[in-house]
Each structure stands twice: as structure tokens, then as C-alpha cells.
Design a protein around this ligand. Structure first.
Ligand code: R5P
Length: 288
């Protein structure tokens, strides 16, 4: 097996390689003066099982195009089986047409990848699993619940309470709360489809003088988490921690969350950030 590290996922690719004792290579890259990208895969892949690790982190479009360039190249050079590891699958939140005339971006991305062809795609905590049906080959969704629960167990939280800032991640919430042997709940969130503004309905939570762990799949602008922090502080929570699989961090989200009062943000290496404290390498390696 040969693992090709895309430019967005060098550390994760190396860690997956260590798990499997497999060779990891990096594509050669340069930027032409006109802004176009050049790539070259410096090793033969003929007859090999190839795994391309490339998250579609920001800049999403560039990283997706790189994924397709690498995929097309290993196909041309005769790879036997090709697996794409795309932990953060960009555009998965555009999972249906919410307004007349909208581009169904998640479907377009899948169609482009289908047109080149691969054998398997692995993603993690995808926003809506339904988008995986757009692929015409095996596409599976893993969850960071176990590595997050492992981390949470060692945090030494005082009387912990686990909270999801919206109604969308019940499995992850339950898994982490179960490991901490504690209760959990979630908030109801609404997003204005036009302005993007996030509103969260307040409800009474048993958080007074307790440490709270907020759990979500994506931190994009951070407003979902900030609204939850504000509600928690109002209700007397002690230390507030935030755990999210994909640290997209749009528009200064990290600072916004820390300024709102979070003590720590814990993310994965789905997107490489300074808060990527949990690796997905083991769960991905187990599924290769
Ligand atoms: C979507 O509903 C997800 O579960 C996240 O809560 C959301 O993507 C976070 O977005 P933002 O950080 O922009 O509020």
C-alpha cells in the first residue's frame, strides 16, 4: 500500500502511514506564475493499492481540485485499488436545494469525482450522510466519537455535562456522555438561510457549577458555539470546553469562541489547526 499525502493533510497521512507501517509519499508541487498549480507524483504506483489523503479544508476549491488531479494521475499510472480519504468533505452542508435555483454543490463534487473513478471514499462526521449516495462507488462515514471520548476521559472534568449546540449530532453526544458517565442535552438552533445568522433557543440546563463540554461536527463561523456558551454562562456553568471534528475556523471563529469564554477548543487533524489535539489516524487506518 502507498499513501499519498495531499498538501492539506500531510500530518494525518503520516500518522495513518505509521499506523499501517505503509510508505507515505508527498506529491511535488509548485505554483506557476499565473496562479495555476503543478503536481507530480514522484513514485511508481502501478499495481499498488493507493490511498490519497486530502481533506477539503479551506481553501476548499483548491484542495478538491488537487484531490481530483492526484486521483486522475494515479489512475492513469495503473494503481490497482484507489481509496480517497477526505475527512472534511466540503460542500456537504449544501446537501439539498433549500431555495429555488440553488446549486446542489455536494452532488456536483461527487459527480466530478465519479467521472474520474475511485474504489472507496472515507470521510468523517459528514454533515449529512445522504450526500454519500451521490457517489457511484463505496463511500463511508466514520465518526470521531471514540477518539474524542478517549480524550474527554482524560480531561479531568468536574461534574461534567455534555451539550450539543444544535439538534444534529445525537450519536456523538451520547457516546461521549456515556463514556463520562454523565448526562447530556442539546439546544435548538435556527439559521437564516439568506443572512446566515444563527439563533439559538434558550432552555434550562442542569449546568450550575459544572464543567461543560460542547460537542459539534463543524466549527465554521463559530456563532453556533458562541450562542451555546452565552446560554451556559448565564446559567452558571463553570469551565466550558469545545470539541469539534472539523475546525474550519471561518471569519476569526477561534478568537470569537475563546473571547466568548471557552477554556479550550479540541479538534481533530481532519483540518490541521493549532487545536488539532485528537488524531483520526487510527479509526481511518482500521477502515483501509
Ligand atoms: C451545522 O448545523 C453544524 O452542526 C454546525 O453546528 C455548524 O456547521 C456550525 O457553523 P457555525 O460555526 O458557522 O455556526
Amino acid at each position: 500500500m502507498i499513501i499519498i499525502a495531499g498538501s492539506a493533510s500531510k500530518n494525518l497521512a503520516r500518522r495513518i502511514g505509521e499506523q499501517l507501517n505503509a510508505k507515505v509519499i508527498e506529491a511535488e508541487y509548485k505554483l506557476f506564475p499565473d496562479g495555476e498549480s503543478y503536481y507530480r507524483i514522484p513514485e511508481a504506483v502501478e499495481g499498488e493499492d493507493v490511498v490519497i489523503v486530502q481533506s477539503s479544508a479551506p481553501p476548499q476549491d483548491k484542495n478538491l481540485l488537487e484531490l481530483m488531479f492526484l486521483l486522475d494521475t494515479v489512475k492513469d499510472f495503473g494503481a490497482r485499488k484507489i481509496t480517497l480519504v477526505v475527512p472534511y468533505l466540503a460542500y456537504a452542508r449544501q446537501d439539498e436545494r433549500y431555495r429555488e435555483g440553488e446549486v446542489l454543490s455536494s452532488k456536483v463534487i461527487a459527480k466530478l469525482i465519479n467521472s474520474i473513478g475511485a474504489d472507496k471514499l472515507i470521510t468523517v462526521d459528514v454533515h449529512n450522510e445522504a450526500v454519500l449516495s451521490f457517489f457511484n462507488f463505496e463511500a463511508i462515514n466514520l465518526t470521531a466519537s471514540v477518539p474524542f471520548a478517549d480524550y474527554a476521559e482524560k480531561m479531568g472534568l468536574d461534574k461534567p455535562f455534555v451539550l450539543c449546540p444544535d439538534q444534529e449530532r445525537p450519536e456523538m453526544l451520547e457516546a461521549i456522555a456515556k463514556r463520562l458517565n454523565t448526562e447530556y442535552d442539546w439546544l435548538e438552533k435556527f439559521r437564516d438561510r439568506i443572512t446566515g445568522e444563527v439563533k439559538t433557543k434558550e432552555k434550562a440546563l442542569p449546568v450550575k457549577d459544572r464543567d461543560v463540554l460542547i460537542v459539534d461536527d463543524i466549527i465554521s463561523t463559530g456563532w453556533t458555539v458562541v450562542n451555546a456558551i452565552n446560554i451556559l454562562k448565564k446559567q452558571g456553568a463553570r469551565d466550558i470546553y469545545v470539541m469539534a471534528t472539523h475546525l474550519v475556523y471561518a471569519e476569526g471563529a477561534r478568537e470569537r469562541i475563546l473571547n466568548a469564554g471557552a477554556k479550550e477548543i479540541i479538534g481533530t487533524d481532519s483540518i490541521e489547526r493549532e487545536d488539532s489535539k485528537v488524531t483520526l489516524a487510527k479509526i481511518i487506518a482500521e477502515n483501509l
